[in-house]
Write a protein that binds this ligand. Sequence first.
Ligand SMILES: Nc1ncnc2c1ncn2[C@@H]1O[C@H](COP(=O)(O)OP(=O)(O)OP(=O)(O)O)[C@@H](O)[C@H]1O
Ligand SMILES: [Mg+2]
Length: 237
Amino acid sequence: MVTILPLSVQSATVVKNGTRLLGPVDLSLGETGLTIVLGPNGAGKSTLLRLLHGLEKPAEGRLRFAAPRHETYAKQAFVFQTPVMLRRTVLGNLTYPLTAHGTKRAEAEKQALTWLNTIGLAGHEQQRASQLSGGERQKLALARALIRAPQLLFLDEPCANLDGASTRDIERLILTARAAGTRILMATHDLGQARRLATDVLFLHKGQIVESGPASAFFDAPQTPEAQAFLKGDLVL
Ligand SMILES: Nc1ncnc2c1ncn2[C@@H]1O[C@H](COP(=O)(O)OP(=O)(O)OP(=O)(O)O)[C@@H](O)[C@H]1O
Ligand SMILES: [Mg+2]
């Protein structure tokens, strides 16, 4: 099997309309772990995830995966804060990523039904995905991302607007994926969630990574004034 990680990023920037939104960013993503991306609104968290997933082209610098670029796309998945549903049934949303990559329909449906059980949506197979509640959609979007067992998964605030029970369900799915070896990068504003899930942290401020490291060190002894203020709940200016 082709391994796409580690990913190394050297001096990468994202520029829009002449304004630098992110960078220069240097980082290296190893093969395991769950990195939580923290920072105030507008810090560049979503932009960083989009850059790493290939949705933004670096204006300067470069990204290098352990595999050729064309082999990396199929091994990654991205879950947006507002989940994008295919105009299909709930079952169709889950089978599509499999059949599109050559899995036979019967096998795809078997796997999809197992996932529907896991996310508590058994019985909703034939419902239009667009009719699901926000939390149900978010779970379906995560299941759709996980169904092909990606090596690298990007989650952009997957629990925003969800209640405690749905958040717990999603965290359980995320931890199962992490344990199964999926490398995860996740932006969140929920510090409790960050503490529960993170193996390490990237803290962004004004488009720069100002602090990074193991989660325990970051939460117990943040080094920069920005991270200290952020963790205390102060305004970070
Ligand atoms: N397409 C774009 N064109 C111009 N500016 C953009 C574009 N996308 C994002 N920005 C700007 O880039 C900065 C970083 O945005 P980004 O969405 O990455 O922040 P974020 O850390 O994810 O914030 P939030 O916590 O609100 O989700 C912001 O100032 C935003 O206004
Ligand atoms: Mg964002």
